[in-house]
Design a protein around this ligand. Structure first.
Ligand code: COS
Length: 382
């Protein structure tokens, strides 16, 4: 596996997470997929083990992990259960706007309970008519005295309705385009906040994906993140930093599928010998392993660039997410092929892995949007 540059303490943490994932997360994965229910037990496990505290600074009760350690943790969890890996990824996504633009008071108010896992976080950007075109949002926020009044709705929100803390983006000045978008911390029990439809999905079945509805929702002015008009930039800055985490989820799923295919091919006997003795299977496994490793290196590299404060990491972050998610689809597809008829059956996890992998090509920006980000960066670099 790739050489990584995490410090010794973080190496020990990742090793512990791998063990926890294999012993306690893996046995629950099929059941979580089958029931489609949010895995509160996995949330508790991640909270108790301080895994949900990884993205939060030590001074606010977290463990202040590096981005590299966070992506490695997401990878280890997703190798066993993509829904469980997503718990950590979204805890970071939903809280990163506060991390980036929040005041000390805002961090002090929200981070300690997010770090312990008592509270979950969510990221409210997407709307029914505003997906890839994030600036096409119609949710509005109008200031009235010491409150902003939000009206509109958000769609496909991971942890929607479960998260106490929601980073929500809304138009404060529709005439200014992207510069008229602002970001707010919206608590689940603010007046006027409610949860609409809960989606039935193809994969990551245990993760709750819901609609957030704002009906004259009252948000105190002190919950504005940064200044009015900072919202779009903040959303983009957040996604630049969290896309490697989705890449890591994809790497984890792909590694899980590779492990399964290797194990199966050594045991499955056809024509009086294990199918692994056929070069046709060996070449497939070799290609799968090479894709996983290349994706992993890209994800680790993007995470290390973020940790190092590198200037142009946005392009690498988009490349890592795009490459790793495409690899996850291809590797899980091949894993099903290696398992043959068994791969197609729900008795084996290969088909779940493929369904789980598909979303990594879509959320936090479709892979077409990643290409756009990469190309724009290439064409504007000196
Ligand atoms: N970091 C900081 N600022 C950024 C930025 C980034 N990565 N990307 C854009 N901006 C800024 C631009 O600099 C520009 O600022 P100025 O007004 O000061 O010039 C502003 O944001 C608008 O940028 P741009 O004109 O590029 O916006 P577009 O409407 O063309 O949208 C894309 C750009 C397509 C990249 C954006 O809409 C996007 O990322 N879409 C996908 C959204 C997504 O990932 N959704 C998933 C939701 S979470 S599951």
């Amino acid at each position: 596996m790739a050489v990584s540059h995490v410090i010794e303490d973080e190496r020990a943490l990742i090793d512990a997470i791998r063990e926890i994932a294999q012993e306690r997360v893996a046995p629950r994965a099929a059941e979580i997929d089958h029931s489609g229910e949010f895995p509160w037990d996995m949330k508790e496990l991640l909270a108790q083990q301080d895994i949900l505290g990884m993205p939060f600074p030590v001074e606010y009760g977290g463990i202040g992990a590096s981005e590299l350690a966070i992506v490695m943790a997401i990878e280890e969890l997703s190798r066993c259960c993509a829904t469980t890996g997503l718990l950590l990824a979204v805890q970071q996504l939903g809280s990163l706007p506060i991390h980036l633009f929040g005041t000390h008071e805002q961090k002090q108010k929200y981070f300690p309970r997010l770090a312990t896992g008592e509270w979950l976080a969510a990221f409210g950007l997407t709307e029914a008519g505003s997906g890839s075109d994030a600036a096409a949002m119609t949710t509005t926020a109008v200031r009235k005295g010491d409150k902003y009044i939000l009206n509109g709705s958000k769609r496909f929100i991971t942890n929607g309705g479960l998260a106490q803390v929601n980073s929500v983006f809304a138009l404060t000045d529709p005439s200014k385009g992207t510069r008229g978008i602002s970001a707010f911390i919206v608590e689940k029990d603010f007046p006027g906040f409610s949860v609409g439809r809960i989606e039935d999905k193809m994969g990551i079945k245990g993760s709750q994906t819901a609609e957030l509805i704002f009906n004259d929702c009252e948000v105190p002015v002190e919950n504005l993140l940064g200044r009015e008009g900072d919202g779009f930039k903040l959303a983009m800055m957040t996604l630049d930093r969290t896309r490697p985490g989705i890449g890591a989820q994809a790497v984890g799923i792909a590694q899980g599928a590779l492990d399964l295919a290797v194990g199966y091919s050594k045991q499955r006997v056809q024509f009086n010998k294990p199918i692994a003795e056929n070069q046709g299977i060996q070449f497939m496994l070799a290609d799968m392993a090479t894709s996983v490793e290349a994706a992993r290196l890209m994800v680790y590299n993007a995470a290390e660039m973020i940790d190092a404060g590198a200037k142009n990491f946005s392009k690498y972050s988009a490349m890592a997410k795009m490459f790793a998610s495409d690899a996850a689809i291809s590797v899980t597809n091949d894993a099903i092929q290696v398992l043959g008829g068994y791969g197609y059956m729900k008795e084996y996890p290969a088909e779940r892995m493929m369904r789980d992998a598909k979303i990594t090509q879509i959320y936090e920006g479709t892979n077409q949007i990643q290409r756009l980000v990469i190309a724009r960066s290439l064409l504007t670099e000196l």
